[in-house]
Design a protein around this ligand. Structure first.
Ligand SMILES: C[S@@+](CC[C@H](N)C(=O)[O-])C[C@H]1O[C@@H](n2cnc3c(N)ncnc32)[C@H](O)[C@@H]1O
Length: 207
């Protein structure tokens, strides 16, 4: 992508992010394959090593074109997976993959309203775009079951800048920290990320 540089430094406000991912949607999967996008597979590995329960209902926030949903379906073929994202065009591509039972165009900082509560909520490769963590965690808290798990990735460079551990500790009363991975490669075949910008994988559990 010609405007790729902004991916490291941020894309801008919500409408700019929406347009960015809408415009990228048709070759997003192909580009991420070229960059050797590691977050979905590494998150699944981390998950399998950490929990042994099989979630019945899953909500994949910022599901994009369904790259993480595809991996979820492999390990939890019987689970019902819902997804949401702000990019309508990405969701159109996801729809064709037949992974998700329900897809919604929605900002993850807005409360999602579903008839069911979820055993597991994920947010993979997307914490970068969060502008208001309180709103995101309010949405997660509203939709997660007691004892349910929340799995997300976050860039280590942003984690440091935002003092992200303090943000997690602030929400510990409702979402306790279960496990945090060491820094892992994110987009190793991308020249701007390589082994310079890494991610951590985090698992929280609802009290
Ligand atoms: C790097 S992609 C990750 C997509 C998918 N989770 C994956 O692992 O391939 C980031 C996604 O976050 C979505 N996104 C960004 N900000 C969002 C927001 N506030 N609410 C919902 N989705 C958002 C984008 O539209 C995009 O699909």
């Amino acid at each position: 992508m010609s405007n790729f540089k902004s991916l490291v430094s941020g894309v801008g406000n919500l409408s700019k992010i929406t347009k960015y991912y809408d415009d990228w949607s048709e070759n997003y999967d192909e580009t991420l394959k070229l960059w050797n996008y590691q977050a979905p597979k590494k998150s699944i590995k981390f998950l399998k090593e950490t929990i042994n329960t099989k979630p019945k209902n899953i909500l994949d926030l910022a599901c994009g074109t369904g790259l993480f949903g595809t991996e979820l379906k492999k390990i939890y073929p019987k689970s019902t997976i819902y997804g949401s994202d702000i990019s309508k065009k990405s969701l159109k591509i996801t729809l064709g993959k037949k992974i998700y039972t329900k897809l919604q165009i929605k900002n993850f900082e807005q409360l999602h309203h579903f008839k069911i509560k979820f055993d597991f909520i994920s947010l993979i490769g997307s914490m970068t775009y969060c502008k208001n963590f309180d709103k995101l965690f309010a949405n997660i808290n509203k939709n997660i079951k007691k004892k349910g798990f929340v799995l997300f990735t976050h860039r280590v460079d942003l984690w440091k800048q935002q003092d992200f551990i303090s943000i997690l500790k602030k929400h510990q009363k409702t979402l306790k920290i279960n496990k945090i991975s060491r820094p892992l490669n994110y987009l190793p075949s991308n020249k701007d990320f390589k082994n310079k910008i890494k991610i951590k994988i985090v698992l929280l559990q609802k009290y």
